[in-house]
Design a protein around this ligand. Sequence first.
Ligand SMILES: C[S@@+](CC[C@H](N)C(=O)[O-])C[C@H]1O[C@@H](n2cnc3c(N)ncnc32)[C@H](O)[C@@H]1O
Length: 241
Amino acid sequence: MPLSKYYNVIIENKLYSKKSHLKNKLCRLFGDITFKNKKVLDIGSGTGIYALYAAVKGADLVTCLEPELNGSSKGMNNTFEAVKQKLKLNNIFLLKKTFQDYNQTDIKYDIVLLHNSINHLDENACRNMEQSIAANKSYFELVKKIYDLMNNNGRLIICDCSNKNLFPMVGLKNPIAQNIDWKTHQSPQRWIRIFERAGFKKISLKWNTPKYFGKLGNIIFGNKIVSFLTNSHFRVEFIKP
Ligand SMILES: C[S@@+](CC[C@H](N)C(=O)[O-])C[C@H]1O[C@@H](n2cnc3c(N)ncnc32)[C@H](O)[C@@H]1O
């Protein structure tokens, strides 16, 4: 299927504001990753924008886990099914369950995505990671489960906002990321420690700028300092060696 149809359907359904922003986003999110003949798992897939892209780009199988829990908006799963139908895709499936409840261990994935969802998997543990061994253990077990579900040389991408941001640190509301509950986020360094302890190897850590900065803006300003002053959005890519 032509990629242009995917862009049109996503924009028509108001899942993303502008085609150019979406193109930039996908480029930054997936980098050099290709999907042909790959199996993809999107954990906390939301409306499935990114998973649908993987399906359009020729993935063998895309599994979306979306329980419509913490961090979701109403009707995400219905939206996903409507868009899937419009795109006439038969290689992508949505399971309305949590990652904790996912137990289909006979499928091994080549690409796993957690876009803005890692912190929601166990929000209570995420909030308490600085002081609680049990909270760290809880996440370690979730990450180990991801590891076991992947093929060797598989790639894992996590994106989220870091809790290290100027505004919450000085007790002010962040004007760019107004709805973020900063206490339910962690720094990429903390996530990297947990993922590496579970056996993953970090490939890269990158900082994203808000989408209206555009492609050039991200090239110039996509760094830790500007991120600290804006929305602190990061992307970490790992490989399962
Ligand atoms: C902020 S949304 C991100 C959605 C999508 N990935 C995106 O970036 O547009 C976080 C998603 O994680 C899902 N979620 C929460 N707890 C989960 C769990 N235990 N297992 C899988 N998904 C979960 C929520 O239902 C929610 O849709």
